[in-house]
Design a protein around this ligand. Structure first.
Ligand SMILES: Nc1ncnc2c1ncn2[C@@H]1O[C@H](COP(=O)(O)OP(=O)(O)OP(=O)(O)O)[C@@H](O)[C@H]1O
Length: 329
């Protein structure tokens, strides 16, 4: 029975069971993520954090069935969707929608705003043409876009407006899960705040659940009920966000949280001081033995170099893989 991150209940929307994904490389295989067990409950958005290359996007691409897992299963609403033939995946694909980092790149440049938003309705043959247009207008209103923009083209919009169009399009088929991969990071800081506020407000209004990948931990804390921390392809800690940000246990999580700049007004008060800045990140092709974080961890002892840490659950729902969890909590 695999270890499962976060508590499992009847409200489970998506579950990843033991997902491993490796890519062939000239000298063997690169394991982008390994033995990922993750539960996303309805109405409990999950934030996936970790440095670049830790495997967050790979996990989410497997979740969306855009990449086949090397091993493991993806379940949604109690069905093992990784075993379904393509023709039976239509419902899953409708139900899990994606918002990318670069809104302009993700929109069709030769389609109007209305055309872009209505595109999924056309593909899934949902409603008549006029019903699709009416739905596009309704979605524009729900993401705060003025109806005057309906016939504009993406290049005529600001970055924030483009991202609102991308979000409206992702919502067209009323998905239950929205995967957001760095969905605000390419925008100006003030626009990021507006889009984050919109996402937060839509969550409450539409009962949406997000799987949110971000380097912006403050945004994860704001939007996500649960947070999962990845390091070199593995989950190292997961907990309700309120708990994780107040009482992180894994030294890696602590470093990530330390690295959030503190602001006073719009001025940075303190610069990152975490150990992450001091030691180079190992490559996933040369994964360190034992606890992979030991090469950078200020608390590492001999056992960390040779033995993989086991999962412990210091508090219900707060799980961590660290040999020294007891003394670090
Ligand atoms: N198609 C691929 N072929 C080979 N290696 C890949 C492929 N896709 C991802 N990788 C590798 O897998 C590892 C995990 O990548 P991934 O993009 O999932 O990380 P990430 O945490 O999402 O990073 P970022 O925050 O930069 O997006 C990286 O070492 C990456 O180079």
């Amino acid at each position: 029975m695999p270890e499962t991150m976060l508590s499992v209940s009847s409200k489970v929307l998506v579950e990843l069971k033991g997902i491993t994904k490796s890519f062939p490389i000239p000298k063997g295989a690169l394991i982008a993520c390994q033995d990922i067990n993750l539960v996303i409950e309805k109405g409990r958005s999950v934030g996936l954090v970790g440095e670049s290359g830790s495997g967050k996007s790979t996990v989410m691409r497997v979740l969306q069935l855009l990449l086949p897992a090397t091993s493991g299963e993806v379940w949604m609403n109690g069905v093992n969707v990784s075993r379904l033939p393509q023709r039976r995946l239509k419902r899953y694909r409708r139900n899990v929608q994606f918002v990318a980092q670069d809104p302009f790149g993700s929109l069709f440049p030769h389609y109007t705003v209305g055309g872009n938003i209505a595109e999924p309705l056309r593909i899934h043959q949902t409603g008549t043409k006029s019903e699709q247009s009416a739905r596009a207008l309704e979605l524009m209103a729900s993401v705060g876009l003025s109806q005057d923009l309906y016939y504009k083209f993406p290049h005529e919009l600001s970055g924030g407006q483009q991202q609102r169009v991308a979000i409206a399009r992702a919502l067209a088929l009323s998905p239950e899960l929205l995967v957001l991969d760095e969905a605000v990071s390419s925008l100006d800081v003030s626009i990021q705040a507006q889009i984050l506020n919109l996402l937060q407000e839509m969550k409450a209004r539409m009962g949406l659940t997000y799987a949110f990948i971000s380097h912006n931990l403050a945004a994860v804390r704001l939007l996500c009920e649960d947070t999962v921390v990845m390091y070199l392809g593995r989950i190292v800690e997961s907990a309700p966000s309120e708990v994780l940000f107040k009482q992180p246990i894994h030294p890696y999580t602590k470093s990530l949280i330390d690295a959030i700049p503190a602001f006073v007004g719009d001025k940075v008060k303190s610069l990152p001081t975490g150990s992450l800045t001091k030691v180079e990140r190992p490559s996933p092709t040369h994964r360190p033995s034992g606890c992979a974080y030991h090469t950078r961890c200020p608390f590492a002892t001999d056992v960390c170099k040779v033995e993989e840490p086991k999962w412990t659950e210091p508090l219900p729902g707060h799980r961590v893989a660290c040999h020294h969890a007891d003394r670090l909590k």
